[in-house]
Ligand binder design. Structure first.
Ligand code: SAM
Length: 194
């Protein structure tokens, strides 16, 4: 493995997830962004899969999809992207073949309506669908944000869902900052076994 030029900074759940994404994705891969939001993650992921790769993105809010479309267009990446206004619990309707990586960044749209946030009922169904859509060796990352009611419920319930998976099928890692207070974001990484 080549050494990175940039200094390592242990600073956030999203940073930890982004490191995993950069290690997992290869040019030509298909990646799913299950929570498009403002399109920051989508731009980074679409870069990583290269011009032969594909990003399938979704968000329950049309506003988020349009913001992401604008950002991807501006970055010259929209040609490799397929964006949907859709709840991620329905992702199996648009992801028709196994994929290398599926990314969830839970919560609400930054700069948007905070009442439209992810909720455990749909997050659970979406994560279960995503797990079954991974290629062997494929990876799922979930960044969870406690500190509000829906986020607290997700953060509390996710370990149970992942812990129930058979180790023959998935390896799962749970990363949390131990000295950053109870509201600190957490990152879950699951890899489907070969
Ligand atoms: C924290 S934001 C995502 C940030 C984004 N990844 C970025 O880089 O800007 C979470 C997003 O999840 C979306 N969301 C909430 N419930 C959803 C659902 N059931 N399916 C898909 N997206 C959902 C929200 O609309 C919001 O845009």
């Amino acid at each position: 493995m080549a050494f990175s030029e940039t200094p390592y900074e242990l600073r956030s759940a999203r940073f930890l997830a982004a490191e995993v994404h950069a290690r997992v994705l290869r040019p030509g891969d298909t990646v799913v962004d299950a929570t498009l939001g403002n399109g920051h993650d989508a731009c980074r992921l679409a870069e990583l899969v290269g011009p032969e790769g594909r990003l399938i993105g979704m968000d329950v809010q049309a506003e988020a999809v349009e913001r992401s479309r604008a950002r991807l267009t501006e970055a010259g990446l929209i040609g490799r992207c397929e964006l949907h206004v859709l709840g991620h619990e329905r992702m199996a309707e648009i992801v028709r073949e196994p994929v290398r990586l599926i990314v969830f960044n839970l919560g609400w749209l930054p700069g948007g309506d905070k009442t439209i946030t992810t909720h455990w009922d749909t997050t659970r169904r979406a994560v279960e669908a995503a797990l079954s859509l991974l290629l062997p060796g494929g990876v799922l990352t979930v960044c969870a944000y406690p500190g509000h009611a829906a986020g607290d419920e997700e953060r509390s319930a996710l370990p149970g869902l992942f812990a129930a998976l058979r180790p023959q099928d998935y390896n799962v890692l749970h990363q949390r900052f131990l000295n950053a207070g109870p509201g600190a974001p957490e990152c879950f990484v699951a890899q489907r076994q070969g």
